[in-house]
Design a protein around this ligand. Structure first.
Ligand SMILES: C[S@@+](CC[C@H](N)C(=O)[O-])C[C@H]1O[C@@H](n2cnc3c(N)ncnc32)[C@H](O)[C@@H]1O
Length: 186
């Protein structure tokens, strides 16, 4: 677990512009400590799953949202997780870029595509080319829009992208790249 974004403005904006319906099953990868699940739940989204490798991150969200229905919490490493159902939106802010090994990236992408329903949506934010080289003491991969789209592969159709300068809790600046798109064939 490291930092999280208190107000997930960009995520909500893209979810809105993609027209994600309230009954779409949504999974937020690495979203344990994030407030995205809170915002989605209070907006009316009815089927939200949060997956995180950190028990601490997950337990914060679970405690905040205790007794809320239609929320699922999965404690797992995305690299070993085996999806047991399909999702209509895969959201990942600041997890994929921690995978610097090509084989790990491939495993992640295989899991992502296998868990998405036909025509499902993907929103992903990574560090941009001028973003930090390390985060929480770990090396990260940085992407241009074309590199990330290329890495997501031919199964992904880009619908929207955005550059964002994120201000960390300590006041530092981090350049993010956001892409939103759809699994081909939808
Ligand atoms: C930088 S934080 C981002 C949190 C949140 N997505 C946000 O934007 O506010 C990364 C999160 O991903 C989780 N994480 C890192 N590696 C992971 C992995 N291999 N599988 C699942 N979760 C992971 C961390 O525990 C942490 O909660």
């Amino acid at each position: 677990m490291s930092w999280f974004q208190p107000e997930p403005f960009q995520s909500l904006q893209m979810i809105h512009s993609l027209g994600i319906s309230f009954n779409t099953p949504i999974i937020d990868i690495g979203g344990g400590a994030s407030f995205l699940v809170d915002r989605l739940e209070s907006t009316g989204y009815a089927d939200i799953t949060v997956l995180d490798i950190s028990e601490t991150a997950l337990s914060e969200g679970k405690q905040r949202l205790a007794n809320r229905r239609n929320l699922s919490w999965l404690h797992s490493d995305i690299l070993s997780w085996k999806p047991e159902r399909k999702y209509g939106l895969w959201h990942d802010r600041a997890v994929f870029h921690f995978l610097v090994d090509t084989a790990d990236q491939g495993r992640y992408l295989e899991t992502m595509f296998s868990s998405l329903s036909h025509g499902g949506f993907i929103i992903m934010a990574t560090f941009a080319k001028d973003g930090p080289e390390y985060c929480s003491g770990l090396p990260v991969a940085r992407y241009s829009k074309d590199e990330l789209v290329d890495r997501l592969g031919s199964g992904f159709t880009l619908l929207e992208f955005k550059d964002e300068e994120h201000t960390t809790p300590s006041g530092g600046k981090q350049s993010f790249l956001w892409v939103a798109g759809r699994v081909n064939g939808g």
